[in-house]
Design a protein around this ligand. Structure first.
Ligand code: SF4
Length: 328
């Protein structure tokens, strides 16, 4: 099944014989990948020339394995906040995704040297606690059948004092959570959107009900769960659809057991938005007249405040004791 999702599978020559490479290829069902010198040979050009093509690349990360969190990302009060670029690009196709402005095409690159990331974390832990968003440049849970990285992050966090990990996802899988090493140091974060937003802007993603089922499964397995109403996307009937979404979530999950909730309207760095505007001339999200503040585009205050205040007010009534974070 997985092989059919990719037009071509490429492996860097330098890791072709590694056990990790072979394990992933076996999971995909690929016996003869194309061999390349460097992931950029494909990643920087393959699906750029033909956007309908999506290749899979296995590679060794030649750069840093951890980066400090960007200003537009919420740190949830964690002073030492990092993200891991262990997989680049996503199996889903959200129109507003910043990855469309960050990466040249839609190829997915899996770095097979996850242990190097863990070594960098261990070095940082000598100095201070570490909070890592491990699913920042991808949806790691959606790729778990290929990579097994969710399991490895859970194991690492369970074994490592001082390390906290956030795994953010829109994936509807409910079958993995009961079988993972449970730890209160792994936060499964679920991005929830009204189905109208999903249908229009989140191609390939599960619907709201399926995502709620998945978050219930993670919570029932004993993991802390974060709900992310972020990014909220402006549409004409936003008041109705976001209110209805909160009602549905409140009726189908126990919000008092959720660890915390994040809210935020769409924002993006100016360079990424410029890239997206060039690539996606017809995209309503990319072409919206945002305001630029300190290098980041966002909705005008009147729109942003109205949307965020409404959802915050609704949630304050539905779950008065639950922490609600916004991004400022
Ligand atoms: S699920 Fe997240 S990472 Fe994947 S395309 Fe959508 S916004 Fe981007």
């Amino acid at each position: 099944m997985w092989r059919a999702l990719f037009d071509n599978v490429y492996v860097e020559k330098g890791i072709a014989d590694d056990p990790e490479t072979k394990r992933i290829l076996e999971r995909i069902g690929c016996e003869e990948p194309g061999l390349i010198e460097h992931y950029k040979d494909v990643f920087d050009s393959g699906s750029v020339k033909s956007p309908e093509i999506r290749n899979l690349i296995l590679a060794k990360n030649p750069g840093k394995h951890l980066y400090e969190g960007a200003p537009v990302c919420q740190s949830f009060g964690n002073e030492h906040f990092y993200y891991s670029p262990g997989v680049m690009n996503c199996i889903y196709d959200c129109e507003y995704c910043f990855l469309k402005g960050m990466y040249p095409g839609s190829d997915i690159c899996i770095f097979t040297d996850l242990e190097e990331t863990f070594s960098e974390i261990d070095a940082l832990l000598e100095e201070h606690p570490v909070y890592v968003c491990a699913s920042y440049n991808t949806d790691l849970t959606a790729l778990e059948s290929i990579t097994g990285y969710v399991r490895r992050w859970c194991k690492k966090a369970a074994e490592t004092e001082g390390l906290s990990v956030e795994l953010r996802s829109k994936c509807a899988r409910t079958d993995i959570y009961g079988d993972l090493p449970v730890s209160d140091r792994v936060i499964f974060a679920f991005t929830l959107s009204p189905d109208e937003i999903r249908d229009r802007f989140e191609k390939g993603t599960p619907d709201l009900g399926a995502r709620i089922n998945a978050l219930n499964a993670a919570m029932n397995a004993g993991f802390p769960v974060r709900i992310c109403f972020d990014p909220m996307i402006y549409v004409r009937n936003w008041r109705e659809i976001y209110s209805a979404m909160v009602e549905k979530v409140a009726s189908e999950t126990d919000l008092s057991k959720v660890r915390d909730i994040s809210i935020g309207t769409f924002r993006i760095s100016d360079q990424y938005l410029k890239n997206m505007r060039k690539k996606f001339g017809e995209s309503a999200v990319a072409q919206y007249p945002y305001v630029n503040e300190n290098g980041y585009y966002r909705y005008p205050d009147v729109v942003r405040n109205a949307m965020e205040d409404q959802i915050k007010n609704l949630l304050t009534v539905k779950c008065p004791g639950t922490g609600i974070f916004d991004w400022e």
